[in-house]
Write a protein that binds this ligand. Structure first.
Ligand code: PLP
Length: 361
């Protein structure tokens, strides 16, 4: 295993070991061509199958129906917070559902462009919940409805694909894309920074429906124009070729593992082990999210004191369990267990938690 440890980082995060090994093998000579994939033109005959493989890999994994474009952009999911309103908000309004820090940031950027309504926010109660579908009321004529399917910092996840009475739904799925099956046809746009479940940082996946694409204003700046980028197959400028290459490899790995349905089974089992450890700790560990909104990807919890949380993260790191410190804005502990994170690592953490609680409880 080359001294690899268990990496609970929220992103960039653990990549599948076979993907890293393949990339290592091909680093100096990609497919035997005598050049690295990083050294060849994005318009070369060698790169064409790589980007085609990545696009079809995503389409196959998620069952993307006809009428959608799969794009690889730059600027992270954060640039999407601005690009979405710049392309689709117009004279507004748009509806925002805010269930955590990332949704709040998306809302802030939209507000710089035009009118953004908050139709649900769980901020007042500490971002522990998600709304049920029935609870939501959409503003008539809203240009789009934006939500974050998994809030990475708080560990709060929607257990369903949101619908909005036929209004366009736009979803930030950065931290749970490819972790389970979703019904893409319910969305007008899904976007995700690649660095959790898709590949390395520096690529943003956008899956966008033709109807929404047709609404891009004619005078949009080229590199902020989804339609222009789509018309050039994500090659309006030089894309992140290395990142796209790794996405292609991750998609192949995912298929070999049985696809997103198999991932959901595994992810449910992995998260279940941790939530059981929390729930059976007699209150030593306290889960952050309400049980019905618990994330399968980011398991967040607190210990009786900040001092114990600090010691927990430090002692865990000493035994090869890295990256467990919660996000600086909320503290506590966060175990990010994306697709590539092995169940064995979760079991090791569960054992560590039991020992730590016994010694410090
Ligand atoms: C849910 C979510 N949205 C957006 C972002 C921002 O992504 P990026 O750093 O790629 O801009 C993150 C980053 O962790 C995230 O978890």
């Amino acid at each position: 295993m080359d001294n690899r440890i268990y990496n609970f980082s929220a992103g960039p995060a653990t990549l599948p070991l076979p993907v890293l090994e393949r990339a290592r093998e091909e680093l100096l000579s990609f497919g035997g061509i005598g050049m690295s994939v990083m050294e060849i033109s994005h318009r070369s005959k060698h790169f064409a199958p790589v980007i085609e493989g990545a696009v079809s890999g995503i389409k196959n994994a998620l069952g993307v129906p006809e009428g959608y474009e799969v794009l690889f952009l730059q600027g992270g999911a954060t640039l999407q917070f601005s690009m979405i309103p710049m392309n689709f908000l117009g004279d507004g309004p748009a509806d925002y559902i805010v269930t955590g820090a990332w949704g709040k940031k998306a809302l802030k950027e939209a507000g710089k462009t035009g009118s953004a309504n908050v139709i649900y926010s769980s901020e007042g109660s500490g971002f522990k919940t998600v709304p049920s579908q029935d609870e939501l009321e959409f503003t008539p004529g809203t240009k789009y409805v934006h939500y974050t399917s998994n809030e990475t910092i708080e560990g709060v996840e929607f257990p369903y694909d949101l619908t909005a009475d036929g209004l366009p739904v736009v979803c930030d799925a950065s931290s749970n894309i490819l972790s389970k099956p979703i019904d893409v046809s319910k969305y007008s746009m899904i976007y995700a920074g690649a660095q959790k479940n898709i590949g390395p940082s520096g690529v943003t996946l956008v899956i966008i429906g033709e109807e929404l694409l047709s609404k891009v204003p004619d005078n949009q700046h080229s590199l902020l124009d989804y339609r222009a980028i789509a018309s050039k197959g994500s090659m309006l400028n030089t894309p992140n070729t290395w990142g796209i290459y790794l996405i292609d490899l991750v998609c192949r790995w995912l298929e070999e593992q049985g696809g997103v349905s198999a991932m959901e089974t595994r992810n449910t089992a992995k998260a279940g082990l941790l939530y059981d450890a929390i729930d059976s700790s007699d209150g030593f560990y306290k889960g952050h999210a309400d049980p019905e909104a618990r994330s399968l990807m980011n398991v967040t919890f607190n210990l009786p004191s900040e001092e114990l949380e600090k010691r927990f993260a430090e002692e865990a790191a000493d035994v090869g369990l890295d990256g467990l410190k919660g996000h600086r804005s909320v503290g506590g502990i966060r175990a990010s267990i994306y697709n590539a994170f092995p169940e064995e690592g979760v079991r090791t953490l569960v054992d560590f938690m039991a020992d730590f609680a016994e010694k410090n409880g």
